[in-house]
Design a binder for this molecule. Structure first.
Ligand code: BG6
Ligand code: GLC
Length: 842
């Protein structure tokens, strides 16, 4: 089975170059063009798709014209493109069956590049005598493609689909059925790159170590000889690629030349001979194992008159220089193999090392004892492997197109978000308007909270917090010194959430009594503040008609009723003084610490926001003076159809499967109760299209709500080693996933959570812009008190939200203050104001 490199871009934007099994079914014609030191090699490889490891190959080599390696980049790339089109024209002439619509091209480019995709590579530095400076920093794939586009090929079109280092191609070529090749070295010509696969847990990443640069920071100074220094000084890139200059054959001859100059000065060699010729750069090139007769001939050709002893010494010096190069290579390889062995937690590492070039004999004895490396000569250079990489790239490009097609409707442009912001603003106005309120999807409900805390609130209060992940009962003591609280979490079983209203409120009372008993509060009749996180039409602080249930609640007999009264009916002794929405409780709790906090935001099981609005703008409440907090109930934004253009097929399916289809449409795009389910729908669709899990749908994955939103947090946090955690989640869902599946799964989660954060930001942008306009300010400074598990626990939600908000509302300085102790504290603060007012009335 062959292997290929699978470089997939993670949504985080970083390249992950993974090393995957190249399916033996890769088939088709692939062009490979390789830029070598003095040649351009072109190759046409036909893979048969039947697992056959001997594809057919035709090649042609072109010599690079003098000076082209140091001139303009355009000339170099034009030449490479010409080589390709000549070669192609000839090949097609002899075998017209090769004429195809589009031929994928793999570009072997053995220079240091920063690769961000398989077909995107920015040249960082030239080496090996190349110096077309205007190419530095540019994408060489793009340069080659535009050069190709200039050629009039006529017969077929060539697409550059993959760029790779020569080591990558060599590694692929040297894979065997029994053991994959995992390390490749190019040691024969002028460079010394190495490819290894990174640790397994993060999948398999093909890393080009560019070890030629080893020592550029001075680490090798102890072993650098004066001869190496001379070679470096005379090179086109002094101070750089110090390791390469000790081991690459381009430099070995030069090291020997300087050693000879040094020894002649010390009269140890060539005594009485004019050695002027040795001062000429490049007169020596290295060949392997030359006998003394050959050495004599070479020296004489140079015009030297060597004695027998001179020839022997020259030969010894050559051997010493080559031997040192081999030892250094082996040492580097040993370091890498030991590293692989350690990171894989193996006692013995068995690995194939693909070798290209001439200088690789005699390594084994120098290798780390725990590593059994088989050195495999690359039979046909990097060409065949490069074709395989190209084939894989092509397959992945097709896969990518399909993945993009699935995810495209979930990816929102700036214009989409601006539209959402404008629509939210419109709906807000409609919600505030006396005539329009009834048909607005954003209800803009009055809360009868007119001030944020001012620090004068005092007293001991009971508080309830119902409607988030947890139901909590609290006791809150507000004193001059600050606020202290104690609380207990109680469970509300689904049977009670969805049973009768009576049972729900009886259960709530039971929990309160249990809490009072535990806290020794049975005899105290503390005033109670109630955080009730559902939409209510409030008539006052202690009168609130439930408009509708949300977030999976459906207790009967409650809608249209005064919730405060329902609680009082359940226990007559309860002194309920205020009911607040969780957004309001959160704003008040944060407002106690930051007076600029005039917005409350929840992104948890559900999503919603409240903010301080001017009374003069509120057509639904009497009076024009002062301000009042508005509970927007933005979760229902879009329930009148204004967001229909945004809903994807996945959103529709999720909506239809809830107990309130057609309702809370904005919430269903954003909040924790739904994101996991959206992801699950996408995963199922992708699996059906064979883009994931080899097309196999586990029955668990087909179970509603099995994919929890907290998985998104774990998955999006995962990189490198933590990909193991993705595997753990998938194992639990009885899914066998490859590394590629995990990466794609992460991309799906990122797409869904990013959309949620962006939509939330668009809503918030409408709010802050309205507040800025209300106050007639050029620039608004405001704090948002925020709570909810999604906001707090997801690794990127808050950053994505804040960045998008900055972009959409640049004239507002918005700070986010996560609520520390929940909204119960805020409900108690509202209760404090309410009971003070009630006491004053008495
Ligand atoms: C809590 C608040 O901290 O967050 C609740 O006290 C609120 O009032 C909740 O409803 C929202 O988050 P979640 O994730 O629990 O729905
Ligand atoms: C739902 C409720 C709303 C609440 C929000 C956050 O949207 O309708 O009242 O604020 O969830 O919990």
């Amino acid at each position: 089975m062959g292997q290929g490199a699978d470089f997939r871009r993670s949504a985080a934007g970083k390249i992950s170059a993974s090393y995957c099994l190249c399916s033996p079914t890769e088939k088709g014609n692939f062009l490979v063009v390789e830029l070598c030191q003095s040649q351009v090699r072109t190759l046409l490889v036909t893979l048969y798709g039947d697992g056959n490891m001997s594809p057919s190959m035709v090649y042609k080599i072109f010599n690079l014209p003098e000076g082209i390696t140091q001139g303009k980049g355009e000339a170099l790339f034009d030449f490479i493109a010409q080589c390709l089109s000549h070669f192609l024209a000839e090949t097609i002439r002899s075998d017209p069956s090769k004429a195809e619509e589009r031929l994928p091209v793999g570009f072997v480019f053995p220079f240091t590049c920063r690769q961000t995709q398989l077909d995107k590579a920015e040249l960082l530095s030239w080496s090996k005598g190349f110096n077309c400076n205007d190419v530095l920093g540019k994408d060489v794939v793009e340069l080659l493609q535009s050069a190709i586009n200039k050629q009039e090929v006529g017969l077929c079109h060539m697409d550059v689909v993959a760029l790779m280092n020569d080591t990558v191609g060599t590694m692929m070529t040297c894979s065997t059925e029994a053991r994959p090749c995992e390390v490749a070295m190019i040691v024969g010509e002028t460079w010394a790159y190495l490819v290894e696969t990174a640790d397994e847990t993060s999948g398999r990443m093909c890393v080009n170590t560019e070890w030629g640069c080893f020592g550029d920071d001075g680490t090798l100074n102890d072993i650098i000889t004066p001869y190496d220094e001379c070679v470096d000084v005379e090179s086109s890139n002094p101070g750089e690629k110090r390791f390469e200059k000790m081991v690459g054959t381009l430099y070995l001859g030069e090291i020997v030349r300087h050693a000879l100059i040094g020894l002649t000065a010390e009269k140890a060699i060539f005594t009485g001979t004019d050695i002027g010729v040795l001062r000429e750069k490049g007169v020596f090139t290295m060949h392997n194992e030359e006998g003394t007769t050959e050495v004599k001939r070479i020296l004489e050709v140079l015009g030297l008159q060597p004695s027998e002893r001179d020839c022997g010494r020259v030969q010894q010096i050559c051997r010493a220089v080559v031997g040192r190069a081999a030892t250094l290579h082996a040492t580097g390889l040993a370091a890498i193999l030991s590293y692989m062995c350690q990171t894989r937690d193996m006692e013995t590492l068995m690995v194939n090392v693909g070798m290209d070039g001439e200088l690789y004999k005699g390594y084994r004895r120098l290798l780390s004892p725990e590593c059994m490396a088989t050195l495999l000569p690359s039979r046909d250079g990097s060409g065949r492997g490069a074709a395989m990489v190209t084939a894989v790239a092509l397959r992945l490009a097709a896969l990518r197109r399909e993945v993009n097609e699935v995810l495209a409707p979930l990816r929102l442009s700036r214009a989409d978000l601006e539209k959402v912001q404008a629509l939210m603003r419109e709906e807000m106005e409609r919600g505030l308007g006396k005539e329009t309120n009834a048909t607005a999807s954003v209800r803009m409900l009055p809360t009868y909270v007119s001030h944020t805390p001012d620090g004068t609130e005092r007293g001991d209060f009971l508080a309830l917090d119902l409607g988030g992940t947890n139901f909590r009962v609290l006791v809150v003591r507000v004193t001059e010194e600050g606020i202290t609280m104690a609380s207990e979490i109680y469970v509300i079983p689904v049977s009670i959430m969805q049973g009768t209203g009576e049972a729900l409120f009886d259960h709530i009372i039971d929990c309160i009594i249990d809490f009072q008993t535990k806290q020794n509060l049975v005899t105290d009749m503390l005033p109670l503040g109630f955080t009730f996180s559902f939409p209510c039409q409030q008539m006052g602080l202690d009168k609130a008609l439930l408009l509708t249930w949300t977030k999976g609640f459906s207790a009967s007999g409650c809608v249209g009723q005064d919730v405060v009264q329902l609680l009082r009916d359940a226990a007559r002794r309860m002194q309920v003084v205020a009911l607040v929405n969780d957004t309001v409780g959160t704003m008040m709790a944060c407002g106690y610490d930051d007076p600029k906090c005039e917005i409350g935001l929840i992104v948890g099981t559900g999503t919603n926001a409240c903010y301080m609005e001017e009374m003069r703008n509120m057509g639904t409440v009497e009076g024009d003076q002062g301000r009042m907090c508005i509970n927007m109930e933005w979760g229902a934004f879009g329930d009148n159809g204004c967001l229909d253009h945004l809903f994807t097929h996945f959103d529709q399916v999720v909506d239809q499967s809830t107990i309130n289809p057609g309702k809370q449409r904005f919430e269903k795009l954003i909040s924790g109760m739904y994101l996991g389910e959206i992801v699950r729908q996408i995963l199922m669709a992708m699996t059906e299209k064979h883009l994931l899990f080899q097309g196999k749908l586990s029955s668990k994955l087909q179970t509603k709500n099995i994919f929890q939103t907290k998985f998104l947090s774990t998955i999006e946090l995962s990189n490198g080693l933590a990909l193991r955690q993705i595997q753990a989640i998938l194992n639990e869902l009885e899914i066998e996933a490859s590394f590629e599946d995990s990466v794609l799964l992460r991309e799906v989660c990122q797409t869904v959570s990013l959309r949620a954060a962006q939509l939330c930001a668009a809503g918030l942008a409408a709010v802050v812009e309205k507040m800025r306009e209300n106050q007639g300010l050029e620039q608004l400074s405001v704090t948002v008190g925020v709570d909810g598990t999604l906001y707090k626990l997801h690794p990127c939600f808050s950053t994505n939200l804040q960045n998008t908000l900055k972009d959409l509302a640049p004239n507002c300085n918005v700070s986010f203050m996560p609520s520390e102790d929940g909204s119960g504290k805020g409900a108690a603060l509202v209760a404090a104001v309410a009971s003070r007012a009630a006491n004053a009335m008495e």
